[in-house]
Design a protein around this ligand. Structure first.
Ligand code: NDP
Ligand code: HSE
Length: 449
């Protein structure tokens, strides 16, 4: 029988009975959780103070061979499985049935460890409330930046400080894709296929390339950092599907790298959270984050700037974070006590994305004749957007560095000083109307300068 309300399992003199662990899902992450539970059985028992016994693994398809997993543990009866566990590890993903199963597990007195950022971002209040009512733990270190300890530092280590800003790369797939585009010249679709094969991508990689996964992580981090519920709908989200090989090549020519960034800020007016691709100066530490690695800067009032870096996706790195949580919740089962509950007391207002202040780089194809630059500059000035730098390539330059045949065109690269999203959007719309402007080729934010 599970020990509800986090009660210790027995007096110190009694031998500890095994804690029953149920696993929901046995794919990329789940198989690695089974491996760690199995291979590190003795160490885990010593660290927890009681053995951890895997009592079942819920899957959809019993016929799939799963390396290192005892077939006798596999079941399609996930609902039955969660009723007979002390700890439920949810790595099936998606909203349902994951949410219902986790709620059933909690109601039955089990603590829950999950990597499911999509569900947490969509409905963490329901899960928090259920866990608090049942007196059990809800842990989710693996939901943000996989192996990197980030949830715990934000939720616990920095709980005595005031976090002002979080900026970083929180999606391994898109970082891998952008990196492959920049370093190997791969196109986006091929790079995404590789990320899928390597186990980095979500079941539907649209979640990655569309920025949904990063937005979910940003909402989770911002909620923890600012003690405020940050609904997913309040996160401004842009993915990388609009990023072309041309954008990546031009980023390099102008001393930048394209990265998908998550940025959460607390200002005097409230909280702003956004996810979008941005140009990062090649000299910035984020520019050196390659492959599926993640890196996140956290800026707190007293601590100053902290940087967290490591593997942000993949089975084993994610399983590492999950097992850390399993040990924590298992220790609570053995020794008593509980992990943190939801902290939402600050209840700060959400700010619209249009208020976000950033520098921008825009690339324009324009008529190569006198006066064009001053026309464009006038539009920028008219909208209160100040120019930091202008560069002109004589003609549009192709991907391979070949100049395009249209000899009467020039390519303008304009970097602005900081402006609001709203001012920039109005500026770009007005520039696009100019007769001398053939095409607004791209507009990208510049961060980290
Ligand atoms: P996979 O698609 O590889 O595995 C999902 C597993 O869940 C499969 O074993 C599948 O069963 C099982 N499953 C799905 N739906 C059901 C259901 N209705 N009933 C029973 N079993 C079900 O996903 P991942 O391992 O990559 O990801 C799992 C979770 O971890 C997701 O929430 C993801 O966002 C998160 N995560 C993933 C990371 C990664 O790098 N992959 C990193 C951090 C978090 P079957 O095998 O029979 O199809
Ligand atoms: N698909 C996710 C990513 C997995 O690529 O970052 C880790 O959360």
């Amino acid at each position: 029988m599970a020990a509800p309300n986090g009660a210790p399992l027995g007096a110190d003199s009694e031998p500890r009975r095994a804690l029953r662990v149920a696993l929901l899902g046995c794919g990329v992450v789940g198989t690695q959780v089974v491996r760690l539970l199995t291979q590190q059985r003795a160490d885990l028992a010593a660290r927890v103070g009681a053995p951890l016994e895997l009592v079942g693994v819920a899957v959809r398809d019993l016929t799939i061979a799963r390396e290192g997993v005892d077939p006798a543990l596999l079941t399609t009866d996930a609902a039955g499985l969660v009723e007979r566990a002390d700890i439920v590890v949810e790595v099936m993903g998606g909203i349902e049935p994951a949410r219902s199963l986790m709620l059933s597990a909690i109601a039955a007195g089990a603590s829950v460890v999950t990597a499911n950022k999509a569900l947490l971002a969509a409905d963490s209040p329901t899960l928090y409330a259920a866990a608090e009512a049942a007196g059990v733990d809800l842990y989710f270190e693996a939901a943000v930046a996989a192996a990197i300890p980030l949830v715990r530092p934000v939720r616990e280590s920095l709980a005595g400080d005031r976090i002002k800003r979080i900026l970083g790369i929180v999606n391994g797939t898109t970082n891998y894709v952008l990196d492959q585009m920049a370093t190997e010249g791969l196109d986006l679709d091929l790079a995404v296929k590789q990320a899928q094969q390597l186990g980095y991508a979500e079941a539907d990689p649209t979640a990655d390339v569309g920025g949904y996964d990063a937005a979910a992580k940003a909402a989770i981090l911002a909620s923890l950092a600012f003690h405020t519920r940050v609904p997913l709908a309040s996160v401004h989200r842009e993915g990388i599907t609009g990023i072309t090989a041309d954008d990546v090549a031009w980023a390099g020519r102008t001393g930048h790298v394209v990265k998908l960034l998550a940025i959460a800020e607390r200002t005097d007016d409230g909280v702003s959270v956004r996810v979008h691709p941005a140009l990062v100066p090649a000299s910035h530490p984020l520019a050196g984050v390659h492959g599926a690695f993640n890196a996140v800067f956290v800026e707190a009032e007293a601590a100053g700037e902290l940087m967290f870096y490591g593997r942000g996706a993949g089975g084993a790195p994610t399983a590492s974070a999950i097992m850390g949580d399993v040990v924590s919740v298992a220790r609570h089962r053995v020794l008593g006590g509980r992990g943190p509950v939801e902290s939402k007391y600050a209840d700060l207002p959400m700010l619209p994305a249009s208020a976000a202040i950033t520098r921008y780089q825009m690339r324009l194809d324009v008529a190569d004749r006198p006066g064009v630059l001053s026309q464009v500059a006038a539009v920028l000035a008219g909208h209160g957007v100040s120019i930091e730098a202008v560069r002109q390539a004589p003609q549009p330059v192709g991907l391979d560095g070949e100049v395009a045949p249209a000899a009467s065109l020039a390519h303008l690269i304009i970097t602005t000083h900081a402006a609001t999203d709203a001012a920039l959007a109005a500026t770009v719309a007005a520039i696009a109307e100019l007769d001398s402007v053939t095409r607004v080729v791209s507009v990208l934010r510049v961060e980290g300068a």
